[in-house]
Design a protein around this ligand. Sequence first.
Ligand SMILES: [Zn+2]
Ligand SMILES: [Zn+2]
Ligand SMILES: [Zn+2]
Ligand SMILES: [Zn+2]
Length: 369
Amino acid sequence: MAAAMCRHPVKLGFIEEDTDLSLLKSQFFPSKIGGKPSWLSLEPVLGGEDLKCQKCSDPCIFLMQVYAPLAMRDDTFHRTIFVFVCSNASCSSQGDNSNFRVFRSQLPLINNFYSKDPPPESIDEGTDVDSFPSADKFQTLCHVCGCKGTKKCSQCRKLHYCCKAHQVIDWKAGHKKLCQCAENGSTDEPGANYSAGILFKEFELVTEDEHVSEADCNNSKSEEECLQEFEQMKMLAETEEVEDSFATADLEQSAAAETEDDKQFQKFKRRIDPEPMQVLRYDRGGEPLWVSAFHKATKENVPNCSCGAARIFEFQVMPQLLNYLNVDHLDASLDWGTLCIYTCQESCNPGNLYLEEFLWKQDFQNPGH
Ligand SMILES: [Zn+2]
Ligand SMILES: [Zn+2]
Ligand SMILES: [Zn+2]
Ligand SMILES: [Zn+2]
């Protein structure tokens, strides 16, 4: 296969620190980091089993969402990918994706929830925010994480939770005191003055096109490069066979692998150097920019969508995002080299449902990087 030319620029995502957070609500179709999810389909939203960490079974919390409609199709007029992660940092380990969950939601222009008119640019000038749709008008949401809340505080019967774990967190964080007031008919919204503090800080995610030179635009190796490398490896292997020394062969091989890894890391650095603050690279149908030569996803690693269609690469989350997540308050370190999101090639139509997609986590091989 010949080296592909740039079909279109990669879109880079950056953190915007000064956004009016009310503009990140569902009706504005935001891309954002942290806070509670701004659901696209407002019913049914995700909760319970959907968001269970596959390691510890606690509910994952919202990490980010990317608004990524596909033009040319009616049923993907609105389309958002949601990423959730377990907040128990001890569930995070090298090359393992089981503490993440990814979902896709999409809606046609004419749908049950939103006006077909574009949202206002801002919400001042007497805009009635309550007239906008929000998920809590359709169903109860967890007071802590913003996901579907099917359990009620049995005392005040005012607050809802997605699970026992979040109710306990909220109780300790302040509901213990406020629950009484709520029970006695206080008009103060319970919990209005505190935050359970387990969510990531909320930011808007804005995108712009990446500018790259033509030479850099092909992310994968050329056929010629691959062939050369292959020949070199073969020669190396043959020499080793003659020498008949397993130990040397092993050493040579691991040295070659380290060099290969370093090359990949240098390539990664070169590519992000012009825009070092990028937290996201969006390139549906393209190739991820790997941070290491090890543990790259291959076709075999990426399972098909539940509809049977293959999944393709859609975007990757960069390690720079970790700098914004104040993960220090977690016991251990939530960490990644890059998180690659693969979604259904057909973007099959789930109606109002959220469909699970796939995440591949690649870590830096050398902790010094
Ligand atoms: Zn977990
Ligand atoms: Zn919750
Ligand atoms: Zn209560
Ligand atoms: Zn599908």
